[in-house]
Ligand binder design. Structure first.
Ligand code: CP
Length: 315
């Protein structure tokens, strides 16, 4: 596989990527999707590369799909989980990573609860850093796999109307999706209670809507985000809306709401889902849902990202 180069040596956020970078990653992912659907789902491309996956925050999809992506590329993989590491003894992020790099690791994938953590790390070490989600800031590979799901369904993303619904305030998926979709030519709306949409979103050139029925009437695609219960506030109290029942009644994406639009709206959700809160089960599992396609695309997109960044490694 002969590819051109990314304009950046790290993947810290969609903000840093050009349109050409996005096209290169998505086109490379399409090639790798072919690989992972073959009887032999592995290529020897990164036989000499060692990758460390550093997860300072919980994950199912991102962590497993990064690891699978690296293994499908034949890279050596080490996994690190903050809960079972010396971070709990007070070691700093930079010390932890420098020690891991001293074991001859070539590339780092990191999820961290603090916005900017991946960017900070990239200024302290000299290996490519991939941001697997930094707090409420960015989750670039999620936006890329979402874009691939839309590209597969619609052929092109230009002109698509995508509504991102839910807890925008606590989401890293929202910002990465807005930036990615805009760069690919989609129109984007965010919708949720005013308390869950930060003011700065209106300066990003997105439509802001507080009525979910209006949002569904407008969009071709609804990307439903979960209520991030763990980030709502002290003692898990929810200061942004009265109750989960109230939230579901006002903002839950239900079959009844979708049927009222008279349209076939594509349903996305990055997971993990709160069934019966932001999305009804029969919507999540319905024929318009591409939720499991998103997950499948995660492996191909992460193979593309790791492959393209590793192509820039010396030697
Ligand atoms: N979509 C996503 O990031 O899921 P995980 O938190 O399970 O990785």
């Amino acid at each position: 596989m002969k590819m051109s180069e990314l304009s950046t040596g790290h993947l810290l956020g969609i903000r840093d990527l050009t349109r050409s970078d996005l096209d290169l990653i998505l086109n490379t992912a399409v090639e790798f999707k072919g690989v992972i659907n073959r009887p032999i789902r592995k290529v020897p491309t990164l036989r000499d590369v060692t990758v460390a996956n550093l997860f300072f925050e919980n994950s199912t999809r991102t962590r497993l799909s990064f690891e699978l992506a690296q293994k499908r590329l034949s890279a050596d993989v080490v996994n690190f989980s903050a809960a079972s590491s010396s971070v709990s003894k007070g070691e700093t992020l930079v010390d932890t990573v420098q020690n891991i790099l001293a074991m001859k690791v070539d590339l780092v994938v990191m999820r961290h609860p603090h916005p900017g953590a991946a960017h900070f790390l990239s200024s302290k070490v000299n290996v490519p850093i991939v941001n697997a989600g930094d707090g409420t800031h960015e989750h670039p590979t999620q936006a890329l796999l979402d874009a691939l799901a839309l590209k597969e369904k619609y052929g092109a993303i230009e002109g698509l109307k995508v509504a991102i619904l839910g807890d925008i305030r606590h989401s890293r998926v929202a910002l990465s999706n807005v930036l990615c979709l805009q760069k690919l030519g989609a129109e984007v709306m965010v919708c949720g209670p005013a308390t869950l949409i930060p003011r700065h979103f209106s300066s990003l050139g997105v439509r802001v809507e507080h009525d979910v029925d209006e949002a569904l009437a407008w969009c071709d695609v609804a990307n439903v985000l979960r209520i991030q219960l763990e980030r709502q506030g002290a003692d898990n109290r929810i200061p942004y809306f009265p109750s989960l029942r109230e939230y579901h009644a006002q903002y839950g994406v239900t079959l009844e709401r979708l049927e009222r639009t008279g349209k076939d709206i594509t349903i996305m959700h990055p997971g993990p889902m709160n069934r019966g809160v932001e999305i009804a089960s029969n919507v999540a599992d319905g024929s318009s849902s591409v939720i499991l396609d998103q997950v499948e695309n995660g492996v191909a997109v992460r193979m593309a990202v790791i492959y393209l960044l590793a192509s820039g490694l010396g030697g």
